[in-house]
Design a protein around this ligand. Structure first.
Ligand SMILES: C=C(O[C@@H]1C=C(C(=O)O)C=C[C@H]1O)C(=O)O
Length: 442
């Protein structure tokens, strides 16, 4: 399989996003990536080549080697980084998990693909990148795709009117008990922090259109990432506020996001809650574990790390978090850094191995892609990954939503349950839940 890969970049006239989304409904495999406060949207249609990871595989090294093989096959001289194709997809949270992952289908261990077509919409300019094994048909394929895109009806993508969605929260009590047991272990100094997740199954009377969910998330969660990985096995969707990595030569950016409180009803109440979070010992501890672990890992890789001493607030419509952007400079081996960072204590815990063991033992859910780095890698070594939280797996007429919370010695199960309920809300709201519980946490 060492065929040359050709690609062609063309400029397209201004095309409505709605048309781009409508066209993706026709493709079984697709990917959309939009970063917070960034008007660039990357949309990928179809897989020219793909890579499913397997159990126990070193997924970062597997991607490194696959990317390097593909790069050797690229027969088009590289131009600017905007003109390049990229590998898109998601890693898995824990490739060594022994839990049943039937529910995730082939996505369970992570999946990346090289798109057949990529549309990059940035402000008023739109580019199309077409990849092909056949140099002779490349131009024609690109032309046909562009025509099809322009001729798409710009029908609005809506979610079917659902009968009230049915929520199946069968593991709630088990999860609360797991939080209590884990807190006890932390109090006995067996561990410092463990992030425990749970899932909420919701069922509809009609098939859920992932592209309509994605579109609604862009409108209701404007400051987060908006990411969709669409496959034959289901669609993983995330409106995460958390960057895992943005990288280019000699520069690596990440963030420590942990510690959560609700938003206030009024500006004054909201400020008050924010100030409370900034001073709260439990939440500061949760966040500091993340900050210290990430920065130590980056330093271990020879990078010079910079961040401000005090966390800021990262506000989304339902929650606010403690947040420290981290900037690192120097030369580094990308896939080794990613390997050593994942999972950070924002999703795993501390010490990492013990926390992962605890998660494996007590969590009533198989994480699959939840909490994993997902995003894109360009062939010039640049790219961006987010942490796949505030996310769901959409399969047919069901949605499995995921949410976790950091457990430390001062954790109280009811408060952690309330925190996960808040974290379910963005997706529940978009899916049309009329009965969102208004649970408050302080
Ligand atoms: C695990 C999640 O979120 C993570 C845990 C947080 C916390 O414990 O306060 C906050 C942000 C995320 O790093 C989630 O949203 O599911």
């Amino acid at each position: 399989m060492n065929q040359p890969i050709f690609y062609l970049r063309t400029e397209l006239p201004n095309i409505k996003l709605k048309k781009m989304l409508s066209l993706m409904t026709e493709w079984q495999t697709g990917f959309i990536f939009q970063a917070p406060s960034n008007n660039t949207i990357r949309l990928a249609y179809g897989a020219l080549a793909e890579r499913y990871f397997t159990k126990n595989e070193d997924q970062f090294d597997a991607l490194r080697s696959w990317q390097s093989d593909l790069k050797a096959q690229l027969a088009t001289p590289s131009s600017t980084s905007e003109g390049q194709p990229a590998l898109v997809g998601s890693f898995a949270f824990n490739p060594t998990s022994e839990k049943s992952n039937v529910f995730w289908g082939k996505l369970a261990q992570g999946y990346f693909f090289l798109p057949k077509y990529t549309v990059i919409k940035s402000g008023n300019s739109t580019a199309l990148i077409t990849c092909s094994f056949d140099a002779a048909t490349l131009e024609e394929e690109s032309k046909l795709f562009a025509q099809k895109l322009q001729r798409m009806p710009s029908c609005s993508l809506t979610l079917a009117e659902h009968a009230p969605l049915v929520k199946n929260d069968t593991t709630l009590d088990q999860w609360a008990a797991a939080v209590a047991a884990t807190t006890a272990k932390i109090q006995q100094h067996q561990l410092d922090k463990v992030v425990l997740a749970r899932s909420l199954e919701t069922n509809f009377n009609d098939v859920i259109e992932p592209l309509a969910v994605w579109r609604k998330l862009t409108l209701t969660q404007p400051q987060t990432y908006h990411i969709l990985l669409k496959t034959a096995w289901g669609s993983f969707i995330s409106a995460t506020p958390e960057r895992f990595a943005k990288f280019q030569e000699h520069r690596f950016q990440t963030a420590a996001v942990a510690g959560t409180i609700r938003r206030g009803q009024t500006r004054t109440e909201d400020d008050c809650l924010g100030t409370q979070l900034l001073k709260d010992h439990k939440n500061l501890q949760e966040q500091n574990y993340v900050l210290q672990t990430i920065s130590n890992t980056l330093r271990k890789h020879g990078l010079t790390v910079r961040y401000s001493k005090h966390p800021q607030l990262l506000k989304n419509p339902n929650v606010q978090h403690l947040y420290t952007p981290i900037m690192a400079n120097g030369s580094f081996e990308l896939f080794k850094v990613l390997h050593d960072l994942h999972p950070t204590p924002a999703l795993g815990g501390l010490p990492r191995k013990k926390a992962l063991r605890q998660i494996e033992q007590v969590e009533p859910v198989t994480r699959g892609l939840f909490g994993s780095p997902l995003g894109y890698f360009q062939f010039d070594g640049t790219g961006e990954l987010a942490v796949g939280i505030r996310s769901a797996l959409l399969t047919g007429s069901s949605a499995h939503l995921f949410a976790g919370a950091g457990i430390v010695s001062e954790s109280i199960p009811q408060q952690e349950v309330a925190e996960t309920q808040l974290k379910f809300r963005p997706l529940l709201h978009v899916l049309g839940d009329q009965n969102e519980e208004h649970t408050d946490i302080d």
